[in-house]
Ligand binder design. Structure first.
Ligand code: AMP
Ligand code: MG
Length: 316
């Protein structure tokens, strides 16, 4: 085993892990475990499978077919159906803060474009017209989305995939692994040395993957973060990031810099972080508690708050 990959927190540990990396879901995915690299490579192949199933830009993917069905019912895989089921549930519970029907608005802002721009107010209003979640009909593996609507699973799909990759590795006999899907971290068992995994929560001002404001201990669960620093652009001193407020049509501006959800299912944690980001600290904490998830909010004024009893160490 050649690689001496640390943990997601960057903390070095004594036992050597193998790691593989792949670029899927518009982000770098790193899978690490003290096992033969071929097993990790097989797991990475699974990432490619899910990317092709869930990406809205891959022709023939479930999401691409939904968005091009012109209002007709579409048969989807059990994977996609489960993701959408949870998205609709948390969409309702968060009063629309998580809204997978914001796809036209997300496309309009296109924060990853080479030359991103702030859309006109009229364009924003137009893009928000077809975003009524209650018009989406999901019945088992059949979905019907009105013709003028489309969906984007970017706020929730990575969590589901992290769960599936963790299960896949367990099925291959792996009892210790660290999966990092672009900040969406899931752990299998404990570290090879028997200690809990340490997951670093990224400082917004730090370079990606280098500086952390806190470390959360984890074993067989997920630590998922949404942050303003992940994707976006700066214009005239204003940060336009990738999490959009369904009420205003603009990037969320409520003082939240990052929010982390900690709990058993990565799918839930991912859906919750996006919703909690939009809801803000108080309502966000209440939403997480309703689902039995712990959370950490980091605010623009530097304050940090977290659920009582969370195993967290704040760094200077
Ligand atoms: P995350 O990093 O998990 O919070 O997901 C952010 C991604 O979710 C964005 O890049 C968009 O694709 C999508 N998104 C942005 N705003 C929302 C929203 N309010 N509800 C659902 N998905 C959203
Ligand atoms: Mg999310």
């Amino acid at each position: 085993m050649q690689d001496k990959e640390g943990t997601a927190s960057g903390t070095r540990i004594a036992v050597e892990l193998n790691s593989v990396k792949g670029f899927f879901f518009d982000t770098i995915n790193t899978l690490s475990a003290p096992v033969d690299k071929r097993i990790l490579q097989d797991a990475l192949d699974q990432c490619a499978f899910y990317n092709d199933l869930l990406s809205k830009t891959v022709p023939g993917s479930d999401v691409h077919r939904i968005n091009n069905a012109a209002g007709k019912p579409v048969q989807i895989s059990a994977h996609t159906a489960r993701i959408i089921e949870v998205a609709l549930d948390i969409g309702r519970q968060s009063k629309g803060a998580l809204n997978i029907a914001l796809e036209p608005l997300i496309r309009l802002w296109d924060v990853r474009a080479q030359n991103p721009r702030v859309p006109k107010e009229s364009e924003i209003q137009e893009a928000m017209r077809g975003s009524d979640l209650s018009l989406i009909e999901l019945d088992g593996q059949t979905i019907r989305v009105p013709e003028d609507m489309s969906v984007d699973l970017g706020g929730i799909a990575k969590g589901y995939i992290a769960d599936r990759i963790a299960d896949y590795l367990r099925s291959r006999g792996v009892n210790s692994a660290l999966l990092n899907l672009g900040g969406n971290v899931a752990t299998v068992g404990k570290r090879p040395d028997g200690q809990l995994w340490s997951i670093g929560l990224q400082s917004p001002e730090g370079l990606s993957g280098v500086e952390y404001f806190a470390v959360v201990s984890s074993s067989d669960n997920s630590v998922v973060t949404s942050g303003v620093y992940e994707r976006g652009f700066d214009l005239d001193g204003v940060r336009y990031h990738h999490i959009l407020d369904p009420r205003s049509g603009y990037p969320v501006s409520n003082g939240v810099v990052s929010v982390t959800a900690i709990g058993s299912e990565s799918l839930m944690a991912d859906a919750l972080t996006t919703a909690m980001f939009v809801l803000g600290k108080n309502a966000g904490e209440q939403l997480a508690a309703r689902y039995g998830y712990q959370c950490v909010f980091r605010m623009a004024d530097g304050s940090i708050s977290y659920t009582d009893g969370l195993s967290i160490k704040l760094l200077a």
